[in-house]
Design a protein around this ligand. Sequence first.
Ligand SMILES: Cc1cc2nc3c(=O)[nH]c(=O)nc-3n(C[C@H](O)[C@H](O)[C@H](O)COP(=O)(O)O)c2cc1C
Length: 276
Amino acid sequence: MLTEAQQATSRRRFLQFLAASPLLAGTDFAAMAAERPERLPDPMVWAPRQLDKLISSPKEAINVFDFEAVMAKNVPPAHFNYLASGIDDEVTLRANRADFQKFVLRPRRLVDVSKVDMSTEILGVKYDSPIIVAPSGGHKGYHADGEVGTARAAKVGDHLQILSTQATTSVADVIAARGKPIWYQLYATNRFEIAKHHVQSAEAQGAIAVAVTVDSVGARNQETLFRGRQRDTRVCSDCHDRSSLEKNNVRRPMYQDIPPTASAKVVGRGSQGRAP
Ligand SMILES: Cc1cc2nc3c(=O)[nH]c(=O)nc-3n(C[C@H](O)[C@H](O)[C@H](O)COP(=O)(O)O)c2cc1C
């Protein structure tokens, strides 16, 4: 009979043996078993997603990643890779995914779960869900409905939506589709009057708060995006004029009627990393 300590040692050795197996090299399992042997591996190892069998309707999705494979098929490589891109060799993206698995739900027993209430209040507004739709730019690059489509989806689950400065749909249209006020995300520029214009315009259209993005302070090396561009047969400059800020953003509602921006640079947005 093995003691508890001996059992733990055998289990750890077994997992380390599996992790070292060439069959599993490079998989999440190998990484997780090596790093955290006490955790079970990702079930993907024995229940892989079949990339040749895509879902044909959202109802068929088992989880949110089933959409990603459909998108990879339908969206041109440059746009798909922009969305999929992290930074450099995707080290952070991988680390984020692995670390996210360290969060676990703590089940509470003997609790009445017949009515689950996940509602929360943020800045005086109540939402049914604590999950927020983070800002991301250029939704019309992915679907003609743009951010209005995202707003309709956010409405279904009553999620707070934060609309990007780089949105391709106006604040007013998004609020109309969302049926509730939204927050506006601000990319600051080196010209105060541009930030002022953005914020005043968002407020006039009904945004109730501003989220200032402060974590992009230099150029972004979006290697995954660059690889997608190489595979894309379309000519980027047919749609994207990166010769100046105002030309690049000519189709973005938040840049309409903006004060002259000839010398404006978006602070914190690298020349390589503009939205599609
Ligand atoms: C394709 C893409 C576009 C994004 N666009 C914006 C943006 O316009 N403004 C912004 O503040 N953050 C933007 N972000 C950052 C997200 O809002 C979010 O903070 C980030 O993706 C981290 O959350 P995640 O780990 O759930 O992806 C973008 C992220 C991605 C992947």
